[in-house]
Design a protein around this ligand. Structure first.
Ligand SMILES: Nc1ncnc2c1ncn2[C@@H]1O[C@H](COP(=O)(O)OP(=O)(O)OP(=O)(O)O)[C@@H](O)[C@H]1O
Length: 203
């Protein structure tokens, strides 16, 4: 289990997270929801080692970590397969990557083009494939389905659920339906200034 205790983060002179406690059970999906700016992305970035907390602890972070960020973070001049292979071990071949992208609903004609020529929903699928194929123990998905149409969403959600089975997942979302469809435990993260009297809050 990943155990977050008393997590406090200051950014730009403001307290973004203030004494947050959160449990991420091994192999489970926890969905964090809450208003814009309450610190969901910051929480995910702490788990990924990208933000240093001012206080508190995160225990149980041991294995590999992967993420879908709110931004696609793709190399624009490369095609989808090349983008995904950039971050994977060399023994993950083009055929395996292609199969994953197709399973996520990327069309054959989209596969051969540089990603700068893909639509928003197609680019999201590339970013998701990259995270799924990384075979990480912890997967942070920060609003991963933005821009994916309703029919495609079913396909992508099914694939993510299948691929993430047995892994620990933090899903950051505004969509309760997506969370429920991934079988997530939903946790609401209030704003830092809404702290309890003792200055702590249970996420
Ligand atoms: N690098 C930074 N420097 C200063 N402030 C920051 C930085 N990154 C984020 N913040 C602030 O921290 C707060 C939390 O941001 P964060 O992105 O974690 O919120 P969020 O809950 O994910 O929001 P959203 O739902 O809009 O994605 C916001 O007020 C934001 O402006």
């Amino acid at each position: 289990m990943i155990a977050v205790r008393g997590l406090t983060v200051h950014l730009g002179g403001h307290t973004v997270l203030d004494g947050v406690d959160l449990d991420l059970p091994d192999g489970g999906v926890v969905a964090v929801t809450g208003p814009n700016g309450c610190g969901k992305t910051t929480l995910g970035r702490v788990l990924l080692g990208l933000v240093e907390p001012a206080d508190g602890s995160v225990r149980g972070l041991g294995g590999a970590r992967a993420a879908v960020f709110q931004e696609d973070r793709l190399c624009e001049h490369l095609d989808a397969v090349a983008n995904v292979r950039l971050v994977l071990p060399h023994d993950v071949g083009a055929a395996e990557v292609t199969a994953e992208l197709r399973a996520l609903g990327l069309t054959a004609d989209a596969l051969g083009r540089p990603v700068r020529d893909l639509s928003g929903g197609q680019r999201r699928r590339v970013a998701i494939a990259r995270a799924l194929l990384a075979e990480a123990d912890l997967v942070v998905l920060d609003e991963p389905f933005t821009g994916i149409d309703a029919a495609g969403r079913d396909q992508v959600l099914a694939r993510v659920a299948q691929s993430c089975a047995g892994r620990t997942v933090l899903l950051i979302t505004h969509d309760q339906d997506d969370a429920l469809r991934l079988g997530a435990t939903v946790v609401d993260l209030p704003r830092a200034q809404a702290s309890d009297d003792d200055g702590r809050r249970r996420a």
